[in-house]
Each structure stands twice: as C-alpha cells, then as structure tokens.
Design a protein around this ligand. Structure first.
Ligand SMILES: [Zn+2]
Length: 323
C-alpha cells in the first residue's frame, strides 16, 4: 500500500433534492424508478467530488440507504422492519425484527457497488453492515440466541462479500458500530466477523465507533480483518497511549476529522493529528479518513472537512518526503 492513503468511512449527506424525493416516495407520491434516478444522480455527484478532492479510495456514499441496519434488513428474507425507535441522542431509526429463518434472496449491495465502480478508475470499497451489529440492532423473534442470530447474519453476509468480490471489489469494509455493546460478547464479534471474512481475497476492513476502546483493545489484533478503522479525533486521540504500550499488528485507518461537529477543522489541527498517528504507525500501514460516516453533516460541511483532510495529508506527505 502506498503511504498515507486517504478514504472515507462510507456515508455522505444526501443533497436536498434527494431528501425531498425520499420523503415523497415514502408517501407514495413518487415512483421508485424516479427515486432511483435521483439516487443515481447523487451517487454520481459524490463519486465526482471524491475524485476532484483527490481521495485515493472511494465509497458509493450510501445515498440509497436510510439506516445502515435497516437497509440490509429490508433486503433479507426473514426480516421485517418496525416503526421508529430512538437510538443514541436524537436519532431515530426503524428497528429490524427477525421473524423467521434469515435468507438472502439476491445480492444486497452489489448493484450499487457496480454502479459506483463503473464511474471511477479508483477503487471503491464494498460496504457491509456487520453481523454482530445486525444482530444487536434487531429484535429477534426467531433464533432465541444472540450467537445463533449473529452467525446466521454472518453466513449471508459472507455470500454478499463473495458477490462483491466477484463484481470486482478489492476492498471490503465490515461496519460494526455495535462492536463494544457488550464487552462479554467480544469473542462473538470475532467469531461472526471471521465467518464473513473467511477465505476472501479482498482486503478486509472493520470500522467501529462510539466504542469503549479500553475493553475492545485486547481484541484488536484478534479481529479477523486486515485493517481496523477507528474514530480517533472525537476521543481526543486518547487511544494513542494504549497503542504505544501494545502495538497494533494490522493496518489502521485513523479518523482525523470529527463527524459530530459542525466546525470545520483547521488544516494545522489535522496535520497535528496525522503527525501523531505517524509517530506510532508505519506510513504504509496508515490510512487517513474521517472518524465515521459524514451523513449527519451538511453537504457543504462534509465537503469542507474532506478538503481540509486531503490538504493536510498532502502537507504531511511533502514534509516527510512520502510518495
Ligand atoms: Zn462509525
């Protein structure tokens, strides 16, 4: 891998025209085909922006998703989706419910991966909502065991990952925001994520956030992925001391902009964060990205944060003579 590659975690904000269209479509006032056309337009615009700003590894931007768990739930047999449930802060999401044996009738994310990858020469990440998070964020009325439910998701998501590979994905990211929901279940996270990534040729990434990293830390090197993608800036880089004591044996994608804040970071501040990361990690194994998905920011904020991030990364590379 070349030094200090830049990427993003996955989601981008939806432009106004798409937010309005989704509201209309949910009331039956817009045909699905028309909504799809606007999702394609927004995806194409985000691909173009990522190329213009100069990111190395792209994402499709998730313009077609409401919530990351609901999107997969809506596309699996054996699942239904409830009314709105409150999650952290003031965010609401529809809670998925497992009502029967889980089955994947067809690929879930592969169509959008193909659409995005066809629009750029740069690699686009395949994006999967992880089996542990799918289980933790769902009501289970069928399996009666958290382990069984997580492993059932893992089997289907492994097929999804295989299909992404067959469609040309060379990098597959498994999103596990629920990773640290219960520290006694970390072995189940390792087992279920491993069932997704087993035997894949693609580079695999695990993204997590909102975590109690102290509890998770001993598991980082055991997670069956090539790269760990972490929210670092929102926690004031607290984890760095831990990394110094106990080195990470994998690649790391290091969050250098806070996705929960409207404030656009100053370039000097981001440079400082990257320098701190560089003091600990091999630049060939260090990827620079935002803390998490940017979907809760405005389009302008998201773009500005990425511009600062790429400029800061270029400055650090020049300073250190990194190609
Ligand atoms: Zn996240």
């Amino acid at each position: 891998m070349s030094a200090l590659q830049t990427t993003t975690v996955g989601s981008f904000p939806k432009p106004d025209y798409l937010t309005k269209a989704r509201a209309k479509a949910s009331k039956g006032e817009m045909r699905p085909a028309e909504l799809r056309r606007l999702e394609e337009r927004a995806t194409t615009e985000w691909i173009r922006f990522q190329e213009e700003v100069g990111l190395d590894i792209l994402v499709d931007g998730e313009q077609y998703r409401g919530d990351m768990a609901t999107y997969f739930a809506e596309n699996l047999e054996g699942m239904e989706v409830s009314g709105l449930v409150r999650s952290y802060g003031n965010r609401y999401y529809k809670k998925p419910v497992i009502v029967g044996e889980l089955r994947r009738a067809q690929p879930i994310s592969v169509g959008w991966f193909r659409f995005a990858q066809a629009r750029t020469e740069k690699p686009v990440k395949g994006m999967i909502t992880g089996p542990y998070t799918m289980m933790d964020w769902s009501f289970d009325e069928h399996y009666g065991s958290r382990e069984e439910a997580a492993l059932a998701f893992a089997r289907l998501l492994h097929e999804e990952a295989r299909d992404l590979e067959a469609a040309g994905a060379t990098i597959i990211q498994v999103d596990e925001p629920a990773l640290s929901a219960r520290s006694d279940e970390l072995p189940l996270v390792v087992k279920s994520v491993g069932a997704v990534t087993k035997g894949l040729d693609a580079k695999t990434i695990l993204h997590t956030c909102y975590g109690n990293y102290e509890d998770i830390y001993p598991y980082f090197n055991r997670l069956p992925v090539d790269q760990i993608d972490l929210e670092m800036s929102n926690s004031s880089l607290d984890l760095l001391a831990r990394f110094r004591r106990d080195p990470l044996k994998k690649e790391i994608a290091f969050g250098v902009v806070d996705v929960h804040s409207h404030v656009i970071e100053k370039k000097a501040q981001v440079v400082e964060r990257i320098e701190k990361a560089l003091s600990l990690f091999d630049p060939q194994k260090l990827v620079i990205d935002p803390d998490c998905g940017l979907k809760t920011r405005t389009v302008e904020e998201a773009k500005s944060k990425l511009e600062v991030m790429v400029e800061a990364t270029r400055a650090v590379k020049a300073e250190h003579g990194l190609a």
